[in-house]
Design a protein around this ligand. Structure first.
Ligand code: KG4
Ligand code: ZN
Length: 335
């Protein structure tokens, strides 16, 4: 029996391929090559460089999983949202594989992939609230029993993860900024640099990180000698305000919705300050907090493969002649 689904993820700066057994949800192959080092000197992802690196990394990973080809029943690929030139590398490979192996093709929305990182080896559940915090997105979602995805809040401008990247860049600390800022914040001693929590007095259920980023920029300008201690104090003050902002709006949402389960996904969900605050919020409102394994919080092909298993069961296939590269979230209305 052919039970395996091969999935490709290349929406940003990670080239990843995973193979999952659709019958028992076990991962039989997983590999990811990250481009963080190559982009770090630029302080962010350079699309043209990302595309070139994908075109070298994806074939080298594929070479390592050729032995599974005769057990495959479908090929899946991330098709939106993301950097077009990066997505295209994965889509071209997926279409070529589907055509040459005569297999159906499945297109997976990247954000749905992140949702499935909560359910890698288990059946997906509905009636769940989800915080999605990544480099490109900041959203609070609710998936109802009809499998519809409702967006309860999203950012008006930058995302939570991206604001960490920009703060690290402003202090010349490299990319990606999330872990760098989180680790640096732990070294703060005085904790006397404070930033206001964005939109604190607004009833709007929305996020905004651009003002906070600007406040950090102005704080940096105040210091002639930006030494390690000051950088740590700024990192701490920034992280407190960024996490405080997420939690402030979330608490308002928790007051309106009684979640039984609440999950957090996306690369920035690895942030331990955020995780512990979420744990406290969930305990306060009697919700069960669901976390994705740390290894699969950031972009990876296993979450795409897992989403593809459910799409396969629903026979949601696309034709290889179809233009599936799309910058819009067209496929994000329901699971
Ligand atoms: O989900 P992901 O791998 O890629 C996107 O889909 O965007 O998320 C990457 C983002 C980066 O902005 C990175 O700085 C952020 O997640 N991130 C963090 C942490 N680890 C990664 N942000 C805050 N704290 C962290 N510990
Ligand atoms: Zn992502």
């Amino acid at each position: 029996m052919k039970n395996l689904i091969l999935a490709i993820e290349s929406s940003c700066d990670d080239s990843s391929i995973a193979i999952i057994d659709k019958n028992n949800l076990k991962c039989v192959f997983y590999k990811k090559i990250s481009q963080e080092l190559e982009h770090s000197i630029y302080g962010g992802v350079v699309p043209e460089l990302a595309a070139r690196l994908h075109s070298a990394a994806l074939p080298s990973i594929l070479e390592q999983c050729k032995s599974y080809f005769n057990e495959l029943c479908a090929i899946a690929v991330t098709n939106e949202p993301g950097l077009s030139v990066s997505l295209l590398g994965g889509i071209t490979m997926a279409k070529t594989l589907a055509a040459s192996l005569n297999l159906p093709l499945i297109a997976i929305n990247h954000l749905k992939g992140h949702i499935y990182s909560l359910f890698l080896e288990e059946k997906i559940i509905f009636d769940i609230g989800i915080l999605l915090v990544s480099g490109g997105h900041t959203m609070v979602l609710y998936i109802n029993n009809e499998k519809e995805i409702q967006i309860l809040a999203k950012t008006n401008d930058d995302s939570f993860g991206e604001s960490f990247d920009k703060v690290a860049k402003m202090m010349g600390l490299g990319y990606p900024g999330g872990v760098i800022i989180e680790n640096l914040a732990k070294k703060a001693k005085n904790k006397n640099i404070k930033f206001s929590i964005p939109l604190k007095h607004s009833k709007e259920l929305a996020y905004s990180f651009s003002g906070l980023k600007n406040a950090v920029r102005l704080e940096i300008l105040k210091h002639k000698n930006l030494d390690e201690n000051i950088k740590a104090e700024i990192a701490y003050g920034f992280e407190e305000a960024a996490c405080g902002h997420i939690m402030d709006k979330l608490e308002k949402i928790f007051k309106q919705y009684s979640f039984k389960e609440f999950g957090v996904v996306g690369g920035a969900s690895a942030n331990l300050n955020l995780r512990s605050r979420l744990q406290n919020l969930c305990e306060k409102y009697n919700a069960k907090l669901k976390l994705a394994p740390l290894k699969y919080c950031s972009d990876n092909a296993l979450m795409i493969a897992r989403a593809a298993v459910d799409a396969y069961e629903r026979s949601e296939f696309v034709s290889i002649d179809e233009e599936i590269l799309s910058p819009k979230n067209k496929n994000f209305a329901r699971i």
